[in-house]
Design a protein around this ligand. Sequence first.
Ligand code: FES
Length: 103
Amino acid sequence: MEKLYLTDYDSLPERTGQVFHIGQEEIVLFRLSNGEVKAIENKSPHPKGGTLSGGLVSGEYVYCPLYDWKISLNDGMVQAPDSGQVKIFPIEITSGQVFMIYQ
Ligand code: FES
């Protein structure tokens, strides 16, 4: 297992997506109002979808800015009546630093 430093926790604005490019991946970090940090692929599962970084965060869900799909930031699942899944990435916060975990 490897850890990649992304940013300092304190620099993450609440409920506003922050985009990171890691290799070929583009991921977006969201700091939830409960203090947790979630990382998901910055790509909507909608066939005509765009990015999710501008999405509206409420609780542990992000609402896609274009089609208003509701996506869980815990498991990446699109909520009914829509369907699909976004890749999620495990996050670890140590000493105020946010890391992404690779398997
Ligand atoms: S463009 Fe994303 S579900 Fe909307």
